[in-house]
Design a protein around this ligand. Structure first.
Ligand code: SF4
Length: 346
């Protein structure tokens, strides 16, 4: 459901400091230096006097989804999340399939409306649905203040992000304790290519992955196979090697490219390339490599890395029953990394 109720409201923001006669936003590495009344590159943070305001105490959607749809495959399978999309993005990816939500303020056809939310109201809505809260479609980093407000509630909900990971080290350190899980996009490793594709350098994204891993946040990674950027086996090998250096247990989602936004003139990723990309990633040592679409159920299945028994199978949008209880392979007892429903839980 796209929210159709009144427009965004500006609320007090955190993450800024004065810099001479300017005010510098310190939420993402663009570090916009703003004059009074000026809006940042993301279009959802603006200076007013000597304070910063945010337009992201709001959401353009409210979806109740299976957690697998975000995608999270090793995080409480079979549970649901209340998906919200505070407006705006710190990147401007040419291939973005969610550009009508993410490119708020930048494109005349992008969403112009979002429903104001309060942390308590959102938490109540999620609790009534028995769901965690997911920030997705647009860029969750821009909802840093809402995330902190949720964490400050007497009974804070579980919060998960599907994020581009582009934030300052200061912001990552402050937010990590309040996030249960993140799925971070790793679009490509070559910095020049990353800048061309997204308008942002890749280094801060790599730093964010490391910060969240070190903080104990459950981390999964996603890479869209973008023609000219990541849709070849050389790029896949490089990214797989980077992920292996962080941990061969990290689930990696290979996302099929679909023509959209400014990349309408390219074909969707061929299933053969996705299949060879999975084989390449596994040959590089990664234990859990997934393709949601194009390789049928086999692309979504979790196998035990030791005995290769099926640990968990998934349909296109949700885990199949029976769900695993506990983390251990039923056949050999190997502990599958992730957050699983524990034994004895109802
Ligand atoms: S969050 Fe927005 S205003 Fe702040 S530095 Fe990034 S792009 Fe600029």
């Amino acid at each position: 459901m796209i929210a159709s109720t009144p427009a965004v409201q500006w609320r007090p923001a955190a993450f800024y400091r004065t810099d001479g006669d300017r005010l510098r936003c310190t939420l993402c590495p663009h570090e916009c230096r703003l004059t009074d009344g000026e809006t940042g590159y993301c279009r959802v943070r603006r200076r007013r006097g000597f304070a910063l305001e945010t337009a992201t105490m709001a959401s353009a959607v409210f979806h109740l989804d299976a957690v697998e749809k975000k995608p999270f495959y090793h995080y409480y399978p079979g549970t649901e999340v209340l998906t919200t999309a505070p407006p705006g993005c710190t990147m401007r990816c040419s291939y973005c399939i969610n550009w009508k939500l993410s490119q708020y303020g930048r494109h005349e056809q992008a969403c112009r409306r979002a429903e104001p939310v309060s942390a308590q109201g959102l938490a109540d809505r999620a609790e009534a649905a028995g769901a965690a809260i997911a920030f997705s479609y647009s860029e969750p980093v821009l909802a840093a203040e809402l995330t902190l407000a949720l964490a400050a509630l007497p009974r804070p909900p579980r919060v998960v992000w599907k994020t581009n990971g582009f934030m300052t080290a200061q912001a990552a350190a402050r937010l990590a304790p309040h996030l249960d899980a993140v799925n971070i996009d790793l679009k490509c490793l070559d910095d020049a290519a990353h800048r061309r594709l997204t308008g942002a350098p890749v280094g801060p994204v790599l730093d964010t992955v490391e910060t969240f891993l070190a903080a104990g946040v459950w981390v999964e990674l996603s890479t869209p196979l973008i023609p000219g950027y990541s849709a070849d086996l050389q790029a896949i090998t490089a990214i797989a090697g980077q992920i292996r250096s962080w941990g061969s247990h990290i689930p990696w989602h290979l996302l099929r490219f679909s023509p959209d936004f400014r990349m309408n003139d390219h074909a969707p990723t061929h299933p053969d390339l996705l299949r060879r990309a999975v084989e390449t990633a596994r040959a590089e040592g990664l234990m859990f490599v997934y393709v949601e679409r194009a390789l049928a159920e086999a692309g979504r299945r979790t196998h035990c890395p030791r005995c290769h028994a099926v640990f968990l199978a998934r349909d296109i949008q949700a885990a199949r029953l029976p769900l695993p209880v506990g983390e251990n392979c039923r056949d050999c007892g190997f502990a599958i990394p992730g957050r699983w429903v524990s034994r004895g839980a109802s």
